[in-house]
Design a protein around this ligand. Structure first.
Ligand SMILES: [Zn+2]
Length: 283
C-alpha cells in the first residue's frame, strides 16, 4: 500500500514537471541598464581588440556574420546590437561581451564538424548576452562603489564606463568576472542557446554534441573554453529533454561543402604578426 502511494506521488510529480512546459529564462539581478550593458561591452571590445588579432578576411567575416544574423534576429536574442568577429588564435574558444560583441577563435572553426556546431557556440554566447550574465555577475560582485558609479554615469553620460568599472579592479583576462561564468549560467546559456539555434533552423543537438566532443578530447586547446564556460554536465541529455518544446524542424547542419571550404580558408590564413611585447621595465 505504502509503495503504491509512493508510486502515485512520483507519477504526480513527474506529470507536474511535464505540465510546466519549457523553463522560463530571464536575466537575473542587475545594477546595469540595458544601455549600460551595450556601452560597457562596446568599450571593453575596443580594449580587447588592442590585445588580439582580429581576422581581416571578407569571406570568413561574412560567413560568421551571416550565421550570427540568423541567430541574433530570434526573439530569444533579446534585440541587443550583436557583432561577430573572428580572432586569429589556435585555442578553441569563443566569448561575448555585454550588449553583443561576440568573438570566435580560428581554433574553434577548425575544431567544429559542421556549421550547426559553430552556430551552436555562437547561440550559446548570444544567450549569455541576452541573459546579461556578465553584468549580472558584476552586479553580484560586492563592488561597493558600483551603484553610485552607474548612477552618476546614467545622469552625466561622461567618460568611459568601462574605464570607470576597470578602476574597481575588473579586468578582461581569463578570470574576469565578466567572462568567467558559473555552472548555473552555463546551464541557462545552453538551454537558451538551444532554443535560439532551433528557431534559426539549426539542429539544436549539435551545440551540446560539440561541447561533449571537446570535453572528451581533453586537449589543451579546449581548456580555455571550459575554464570560462564550465561544463554543467549532461549537456546532450539536457538538450534532448528540451526538444519536446522546440519546433519540429526540419533542422540543418549547414552545407558540408561550404563548411569544408571555410575550414580550408581558416587553415590557410597567414600567421598573425607577433604581439608587441610589453615595454621593457626601467633598469
Ligand atoms: Zn558559456
Amino acid at each position: 500500500m505504502r509503495r503504491r502511494s509512493i508510486a502515485l506521488v512520483i507519477l504526480l510529480v513527474t506529470a507536474g514537471l511535464f505540465a510546466q512546459g519549457p523553463r522560463p529564462l530571464r536575466p537575473g539581478f542587475n545594477l546595469f541598464s540595458r544601455e549600460q550593458d551595450i556601452q560597457l561591452g562596446r568599450e571593453a571590445a575596443a580594449e580587447i581588440e588592442k590585445q588580439v588579432t582580429v581576422v581581416n578576411d571578407p569571406e570568413l567575416e561574412s560567413y560568421v556574420r551571416r550565421i550570427g544574423k540568423k541567430l541574433a534576429s530570434t526573439p530569444e536574442a533579446a534585440g541587443f546590437p550583436y557583432s561577430f568577429k573572428i580572432v586569429h588564435d589556435k585555442t578553441i574558444n569563443a566569448f561575448a561581451l555585454p550588449g553583443g560583441p561576440t568573438y570566435l577563435h580560428t581554433g574553434l572553426l577548425e575544431a567544429a564538424d559542421n556549421e550547426a556546431q559553430v552556430a551552436g557556440v555562437m547561440a550559446h554566447e548570444i544567450a549569455h548576452v541576452a541573459l546579461r550574465h556578465g553584468t549580472n555577475q558584476l552586479s553580484k560582485a560586492n563592488l561597493i562603489q558600483l551603484p553610485a558609479l552607474l548612477a552618476v554615469w546614467a545622469a552625466e553620460r561622461k567618460g568611459s564606463l568601462w574605464g570607470q568599472v576597470a578602476q574597481l579592479g575588473v579586468g578582461l583576462g581569463a578570470n574576469s568576472v565578466l567572462l568567467k561564468y558559473s555552472r548555473d549560467a552555463e546551464r541557462d546559456a545552453d538551454l537558451l542557446g538551444t532554443r535560439i539555434m532551433a528557431r534559426a533552423g539549426y539542429d539544436p543537438v549539435e551545440m551540446a554534441r560539440f561541447f561533449e566532443k571537446l570535453e572528451a578530447s581533453g586537449g589543451p586547446r579546449a581548456l580555455q573554453f571550459f575554464s570560462s564556460h564550465p561544463n554543467p554536465g549532461n549537456r546532450v541529455k539536457a538538450v534532448q529533454a528540451e526538444l519536446q518544446y522546440l519546433p519540429a524542424g526540419p533542422y540543418t547542419k549547414g552545407d558540408p561543402q561550404e563548411f569544408q571550404s571555410i575550414k580550408r580558408r581558416v587553415a590557410a590564413l597567414p600567421e598573425p604578426p607577433k604581439r608587441k611585447k610589453a615595454p621593457p621595465s626601467q633598469p
